[in-house]
Design a protein. Structure first.
Length: 254
């Protein structure tokens, strides 16, 4: 029960890594505000937690809407009395990231990915900080990607958003550290989420092609990323600040 008594807000928690984080946070004792873009997915995860006896509420949220983000943070405090942990996980990924070569990328495609993946994380961190600073404590976790370090082809906006997220995380770690707030991130490698599995099928990639790039010889499960998030959110990481932890099975070593 490493998060006993803590209150956490997880964005993009209707599926994949976000849903796994919400579940593990609840299992570790946290009260969880589940937020996501899609009504049914968000409701399903929220009810799953509540049916299991955990303290959870759900809300639809488009993180690219700064006013909606502010209202959601306010709702968290109204419901639970405080906010200890923010996980900025919401992102356009999978096939939404593969928008083609540079000359084919439209202004609208570029803006939407940056608005959600980078600006959305900024909005969430800014509003969480307003609540955390008076309490002189808090943990903000940003979900990045190995593409923020080494981009693939045809993911120009996605890679730029995740690269920017690394610097945003470090900047916030400097600015918020004096207030007792730690800011860190996780950069997942290939993970078995529905978005990624769809992308693999659509792009016609083979298991051999994919796994040859990962020294551990397999993709991660979402729960493995959630375990890293538990560490960063807990007191076990009390002196960890400003780091993007790469969890990629060794992919960036190849």
């Amino acid at each position: 029960m490493r998060l006993q008594g803590k209150v956490a807000l997880v964005t993009g928690a209707g599926s994949g890594i976000g849903a796994a984080i919400a579940r593990k946070f609840a299992e570790e004792g946290a009260s969880v505000h589940v937020t996501g873009l899609h009504v049914e997915n968000t409701r399903q995860v929220t009810m799953e937690l509540r049916d299991a006896g955990y303290d959870a509420v759900g809300r639809v949220l488009d993180v690219s809407d700064s006013r909606a983000v502010a209202a959601t943070i306010s709702a968290t405090v109204t419901e639970f009395g405080k906010l200890d942990i923010l996980v900025a996980n919401a992102a356009l990924a999978g096939m939404s990231a593969y928008i083609g070569s540079l000359l084919d990328v439209t202004d609208e495609q570029w803006k939407r990915i940056i608005d959600v993946n980078l600006s959305g994380s900024f909005y969430c961190a800014r509003e969480a900080a307003r609540v955390m600073i008076p309490n002189k404590s808090g943990s903000i976790i940003m979900i990045g990607s190995v593409n923020g370090f080494v981009p693939e082809s045809d993911v120009t906006a996605y890679a730029a958003s995740k690269g920017g997220l690394i610097t945003l995380m470090k900047s916030l770690a400097r600015d918020l550290g004096p207030h007792g707030i730690r800011v860190n991130g996780i950069a997942p490698g290939g993970t078995d989420t529905e978005n990624i599995l769809v992308a693999i099928r659509e792009l016609g990639l083979t298991e051999e092609q994919l796994l040859s790039r990962i020294p551990l010889g397999r993709r991660a499960q979402p729960e493995e990323m959630a375990s890293v998030a538990i560490f960063l959110a807990s007191d076990e990481a009390s002196f960890v600040n400003g780091h993007m932890i790469v969890a990629d099975g060794g992919q960036l070593c190849t």
